[in-house]
Each structure stands twice: as structure tokens, then as C-alpha cells.
Ligand binder design. Structure first.
Ligand SMILES: N[C@@H](CCC(=O)N[C@@H](CS)C(=O)NCC(=O)O)C(=O)O
Length: 311
């Protein structure tokens, strides 16, 4: 991580733990918002913003799905980091960052704030005009892509409709705690007790969702919302990475009738399918040395040989 703008120690997935040895995720620090009229300082202009992502990362993938669903591909450009994290975290291949010409993601953070202390996470929404980070919190970026770009968006689908907002927020909250972040708490637990607590939460949530999706097609019936995006990015990684590497191994998604059908339903939509890259997902997660010291990437499971275009 960065301490006062300097890369301080080799990258490690766990920097903070709770009293039981549970994994704690850091809070995002850049929380500005892009709006159609720029009243908060960042106006939605075509070509002004750049999105930094990793295709292994569920949080970054949320933003990629939303960008594509809203038809913002020509408005917001993208850079993709290499799937494997090395001692300095996320790395760019030669030429992958035409905006800042960075070699590592942490350079984007120090370009925005020379005294930044924290992890250099993706996604990041970068403002080319002021040379700064607008936001590094995927849930904010998702909402910005839904409404903040106004008429620049290529279509009018509303992923956070007024009449469902409270219900979406409530569902997002439990799915995040027990499942989206729950799988990480399972994988990065440093005690048996923390692991078991996280494990039970993951499968309680999957069981509840299996039930909920018996009447679909989406989490809120016929309306596709941001809650579906946030669930999808975890489901699509589950059998390939979380079941094995993170020891979330009571069941796989293919073992659930409704969840599996839902996952495949979403995969028929370009914005979902095209932003998935299973090879990046497997290589990336299995490169985490503390969980997989040999770095061997498993060949299985079969039946998920899904290769999207990346972005
Ligand atoms: N709250 C952030 C979390 C982002 C996050 O943790 N991203 C991970 C990748 S999945 C990351 O970049 N980790 C690198 C690190 O922690 O050093 C969000 O949702 O945007």
C-alpha cells in the first residue's frame, strides 16, 4: 500500500483485520461525483473521463457492465491492468495506460494526491481535464454511470429507479455483507472462527437468493437494476475462484437451479457477457501468493469456458 505517497511494502491482500481475525476492506477515499451540469465540480463531457479496471475484480466489473448497459463506451475510455498482482500491486502492460503512462496503479493515486495513504485499488474514475481521481468507489461510479452522464448515455435504461431505491439499497446491503464481500472474508480469514462465520453467511445468502429467484427473471422481477449487476459479478466468479481458492465450497452456483439459470440469463446480455474474462479471473485470483504459494492455476472446473472480449 501507499503511505504518504510512497509505496511502502510488498503487496499483501490483508492489511487490516478485526478482533476475530476477519478481513476488513478499506473505505474508498475519493468520492466526487460527475453530474450533467457539473454542479459538484465534475461535468459530464464526452472523452473527459477514463476508467481504470481489472477484469478479475468484481467491483471494477460492476462499472464495466454499467458503462456498456448505458451505452457509454464512446464517452468514457478504459484501461485494463494485468490480471496478476505483483509486489507493487496492479501493473499495466506496455502501452495499456495511454493517459498517464503509468507502470503501476499506485502511480495513478500519487498523481492525484502526492500524499495518499491507502491501497491502490481499482476501479478508479480519472478526470483527464484536472488530472485527478474523481472517485474510486464502484458503487458510486455505478450510480454515476446510470444518471450522471445524462443525455451522453446511449440509452435510457434506469438501473436505480425511484420507486425501488429503498428496496435496492436494502438488498444491496445484505448481499454485499454476506456474499460480495463475504466471499473475501471467507478467503482472507486468518482464523477458523472468522472463516466459518463468513462461510455460513455466504451460503445463507445464496439459499435466500435461490428462493427469491424462483420468480424472476431478475432480483426485482421484470426490471433489471444495479442490484443484478452487483450480484452477477460475484456469481460469475464463484465456481471459478471462490469455491476453490476462497474455500467457499459447500456448493457451486451450478448446483443451484434458479441461481444458475439467472446467471445464464444475464450472460445472454452483451453488457454482462462481454465484460467477463474467465482467464483473467482465474489467473488473477490464483496469483495471490498468500493463498496459493505455487501460483498454479487450476484447469477446472469444466463448463465455464467463458471468454468475453474484456471490455
Ligand atoms: N470499495 C472498493 C473496493 C475495490 C477493491 O477492493 N478492489 C480490489 C480488487 S478486487 C483491489 O484493487 N485491490 C488491490 C489492493 O487492495 O491493494 C470498490 O468497491 O470500488
Amino acid at each position: 500500500m501507499l503511505v504518504d505517497g510512497k509505496w511502502s511494502a510488498d503487496w499483501h491482500p490483508v492489511q487490516a483485520k478485526d478482533q476475530k481475525g476477519g478481513f476488513l476492506r478499506q473505505d474508498s477515499q475519493f468520492r466526487h461525483v460527475v453530474t450533467p451540469d457539473g454542479d459538484g465540480g465534475f461535468r459530464a463531457d464526452a472523452g473527459r473521463y477514463h476508467l481504470y479496471v481489472a477484469l478479475i475484480c468484481p467491483w471494477a466489473s460492476r462499472t464495466l457492465v454499467a458503462r456498456k448497459l448505458k451505452g457509454l463506451e464512446d464517452v468514457i475510455s478504459v484501461s485494463v491492468v494485468e490480471p496478476e498482482l505483483d509486489a507493487q500491486g496492479w501493473r499495466f502492460a506496455e502501452g495499456a495506460d495511454p493517459i498517464n503512462n503509468a507502470r503501476y496503479m499506485h502511480e495513478i493515486y500519487t498523481a492525484a494526491d502526492g500524499h495518499y495513504t491507502g491501497r491502490a485499488t481499482v476501479p478508479v474514475l480519472w478526470d483527464k481535464q484536472t488530472g485527478s481521481i474523481v472517485n474510486n468507489e464502484s458503487s458510486d461510479i455505478l450510480r454515476m454511470f446510470n444518471m450522471g452522464f445524462g443525455a451522453l448515455a446511449g440509452n435510457t435504461i434506469d438501473l436505480y429507479p425511484e420507486h425501488l431505491r429503498n428496496a435496492i439499497d436494502a438488498l444491496n446491503g445484505v448481499i454485499y455483507a454476506k456474499l460480495n464481500n463475504g466471499v473475501y472474508r471467507c478467503g482472507f480469514a486468518t482464523t477458523q472462527v472468522a472463516y466459518e462465520e463468513a462461510y455460513h453467511g455466504v451460503f445463507e445468502m445464496l439459499d435466500q437468493l435461490e428462493e427469491r429467484l424462483s420468480s424472476g427473471p431478475f432480483l426485482f422481477g421484470a426490471e433489471l437494476t444495479e442490484a443484478d449487476i452487483r450480484l452477477f459479478v460475484t456469481l460469475v466468479r464463484f465456481d471459478a475462484a471462490y469455491h476453490g481458492l476462497f474455500k467457499a465450497n459447500k456448493r457451486r452456483i451450478v448446483d443451484y437451479l434458479n441461481l444458475n439459470a439467472y446467471l445464464h440469463r444475464l450472460l445472454q446480455v452483451d453488457a454482462f457477457r462481454d465484460t467477463v474474462n474467465i482467464s483473467h479471473i482465474k489467473r488473477g485470483y490464483y496469483s495471490v501468493k498468500s493463498l496459493n504459494p505455487t501460483g498454479i492455476v487450476p484447469l477446472g472446473p469444466e463448463g465455464i469456458a467463458l471468454e468475453g472480449t474484456g471490455v
